[in-house]
Design a protein around this ligand. Structure first.
Ligand code: GDP
Ligand code: MN
Length: 387
């Protein structure tokens, strides 16, 4: 789960990392009022889940009320590479002597957290990594021991931090590691980590990703998701406890189990189709769950046909079929469905479906056959030979 800059800064502050205090607002009026309280000059920053806001014109300094209003009006509603700006963060403008870079991320191949520090901050860090990799200090952390002050000082020094701010940078690195560790983050990044003319070290930006699977340990963080910019259907799915991811195609895909759904996406693509979503209905077969899942898929107008792929293990296909029949009788979908039932009690399941003779529902025996049928149906052709 990715956090907006100001939410990341709130987490930073909780762990003693220095940030400027400010206010999140949603209208130009609120922006002007907040700026007045904070004191000019202020910086007005678009809150979207994408970097490079500065270059896109989403970060502006304002010296007075007129400028604050003008910038707030121009940034609100701005489209930054597909992300519409609905919230602004206003903070007192910082004076900058140097822009450094610091991050802690999970290095999956090393199975350890990795601390990265560079004095070449403020810019595209990938470019630094490509062109002058020697300017990036990299240090793997032993999670049992944590990041010691000695190590943090060593990273800051080796990375070329000015001598008088080495302790300040070390403090920031230790606090950033604490954020990563204690908040169950997968990424905690500061770009730029600034040094002010008064030689204070402070986080000017924040990019934090939290591990969604660990959110249950952090009730405070659960509310932080960017609900307003989230896809409406994904939001509903989340509330119903279903795994749903929107994709760009026109074939709805639904299965029981994430692995099965993923391979279903593959066979649909192989058959020349394009999936509209990923939806894992999970185990179980109750009609209510199936109904919710079908309703979610149909809520996407782009869907022209749906592939329902069930492999029965502990889940019995005849029960799934009963659930499907109950769900379809209530919803009566307007687009064709291809249902593939295989595994425990599949013969009985298919017999029940056939007997119910639901309109627009086609039974398939294998996954490949189901994929071919659904691709044909989405293209407006007939499903071909039924199973
Ligand atoms: P990003 O472009 O999305 O990474 O947004 P940042 O928060 O990193 O801001 C982009 C750039 O704007 C920074 O690298 C700074 O150069 C500049 N900037 C942001 N806040 C301030 C500020 O308070 N004072 C000054 N002088 N520049 C700022
Ligand atoms: Mn930045």
């Amino acid at each position: 789960m990715d956090l907006l800059e100001y939410q990341g800064k709130q987490l930073f502050a909780r762990h003693g990392l220095k940030v400027s205090s400010g206010e999140a607002v949603r209208t130009p009026e609120e922006a002007v009022r907040a700026a007045g309280t904070i004191g000019y000059p202020v910086v007005i920053k678009a809150q979207v889940l994408i970097g490079g806001r500065g270059k896109a014109g989403g970060v502006k300094l304002a010296a007075d009320e007129a400028q604050a209003r003008e910038h707030a009006e121009s940034i609100l509603g701005m489209d930054i590479r597909g992300h519409i700006v609905r919230t602004l963060w206003i903070e007192h403008a910082s004076e900058i002597a140097s822009e450094y870079y610091a991050s802690v991320l999970l290095d999956r191949s090393a199975k350890q957290p990795l601390v990265i520090f560079s004095v070449e901050g403020g810019v595209d860090i990938e470019q630094v990594a490509r062109q002058t990799p020697q300017k990036l200090m990299r240090h793997h952390v032993d999670t049992l021991a944590g990041l010691s002050r000695e190590q943090a000082v060593e990273i800051a020094t080796a990375g070329g931090a000015d001598g008088d701010v080495v302790q300040g940078v070390a403090d920031a690195l230790m606090a950033l590691y604490e954020v990563w560790d204690q908040e169950d983050a997968t990424l905690a990044e500061i770009n730029p980590l600034i040094v002010t003319p008064q030689r204070e070290v402070r986080a000017l930006d924040a990019k934090v990703s939290l591990d969604g699977n660990a959110l249950f340990r952090h009730p405070d963080n659960q509310a932080l998701g960017d609900r307003e910019n989230e896809d409406e259907i994904e939001r509903r799915a989340g509330e119903q406890g279903l795994q749903y991811v929107k994709l760009d195609g026109d074939i709805g895909v639904l299965g029981n189990g994430a692995g099965l759904v993923m391979s279903t996406l593959d066979v649909v693509a192989q058959a020349g189709g394009s999936p509209a979503n990923f939806l894992d209905a999970g185990g179980g077969s109750d009609a209510e769950k199936i109904k919710q899942a079908v309703a979610l898929i149909l809520a996407n107008d782009a869907v022209k046909a749906v592939l329902f792929n069930i492999f029965g293990g502990i889940t019995r296909c005849d029960e799934v079929a009963r659930g499907l029949i109950a769900a379809f009788t209530e919803i009566s979908p307007g687009v064709p469905f291809v249902v593939r039932l295989d595994g425990t009690n599949d013969v009985e399941g298919r017999r029940l479906l056939e007997q119910a003779a639901l309109p627009h529902v086609h039974a398939a025996r294998t996954m490949n056959q189901a994929a071919e049928m659904v691709v044909a149906l989405a293209a407006g052709r007939s499903a071909g030979t039924p199973a």
